[in-house]
Design a protein around this ligand. Structure first.
Ligand code: HEC
Length: 247
């Protein structure tokens, strides 16, 4: 849907997700709001309380484009797959929006008495910590929890059928699949780890027999939460299968 934006950026050499470029503004400003409010309350300093309110307003302004870019990245890089970390992030972002507004309204009233509604600021802070946590879960998640290191380059008995096709497949995999699957572990990340996939008898989630045909079908018509990849051509899918046979 937003492909033209990402295509234009990648033609300029920018291939990353866009959300992380803004998200720290919202996080930083919400932290700033809490700590200025805390300082203001402790030292009874009204300029500090004022500063807390300004930070809050800026956090609210930053939240809107940050959430929009998050939505775009989710569609583009994760195919809009409805996975738990996204549900959590969406819920928290909605909550943060409400809390920032409520805290702002409280702050306006409290300012006249020269106090800060610290609890409201604290809830906003907890919300951004939660958002950051689930963002990290998406990027690093279980991939790193298992202390994964690249497997040693041992010779396997698998036929090195067509190394060229497999290396093309590796490239396609890294562009389309690595955000959810690791080939360095069989451990579950966002999706199941795919190391040694073709040594197994059955696919890890659906339990269907492992075969090139099963993978081809999966990519067109995934089992549950995985997005489909209608843009991959038949040759690209063949390359992917050839690659998966080597991992
Ligand atoms: C947005 C995350 C995401 C992306 C991207 C993704 N997958 Fe998946 N994949 C999943 C999830 C989640 C599952 C678990 C099954 C389900 O919920 O559909 C899964 C399951 C699988 C399985 C096991 C299926 C089964 O029947 O047990 C294979 C094999 C697989 N994916 C391969 C791929 C390949 C190859 C790509 C790249 C073309 C890819 N996946 C891209 C999330 C993803």
């Amino acid at each position: 849907m937003f492909a033209f934006i990402y295509d234009t950026l990648s033609s300029l050499g920018y291939t990353h997700p866009l959300h992380p470029t803004l998200t720290h503004m919202t996080i930083g400003l919400t932290m700033g709001a809490f700590f200025f409010a805390l300082g203001g309350k402790m030292s009874r300093s009204s300029p500090m309380l004022m500063c807390a309110r300004y930070c809050l307003t800026l956090a609210l302004i930053a939240l809107i484009p940050t959430a929009l870019l998050g939505y775009m990245d989710w569609r583009h890089f994760f195919g809009g797959a409805w996975l738990f970390p996204f549900k959590a992030k969406l819920g928290l972002a909605g909550l943060l929006l409400i809390l920032l507004i409520v805290a702002g309204l409280f702050a306006e009233k409290a300012q006249r008495r020269n106090t800060a509604p610290l609890f409201a600021y604290l809830l906003c802070l907890l919300c951004v910590v939660g958002l950051g946590y689930f963002g990290g879960e998406l990027v690093y998640g279980d991939k790193f929890a298992a202390g994964v290191s690249p497997p040693p380059a041992v010779e396997t008995e698998k036929p090195a059928a067509t190394p060229q096709l497999a290396s093309k497949g590796a490239e396609i995999f890294s562009r389309n699949c690595t955000m959810c699957h690791s080939v360095e572990t069989p451990e579950e990340g966002i999706g199941p780890g795919l190391q040694g996939l073709f040594n197994r008898e059955t696919l890890p989630v659906s339990g269907r027999p492992v075969s090139g045909e099963a993978i081809r079908r999966l990519i067109r018509d995934p089992y549950k939460n995985m997005p489909p990849f209608p843009n991959l051509t038949r040759e690209q899918v063949d390359a992917l299968v050839a690659y998966l046979e080597t991992v």
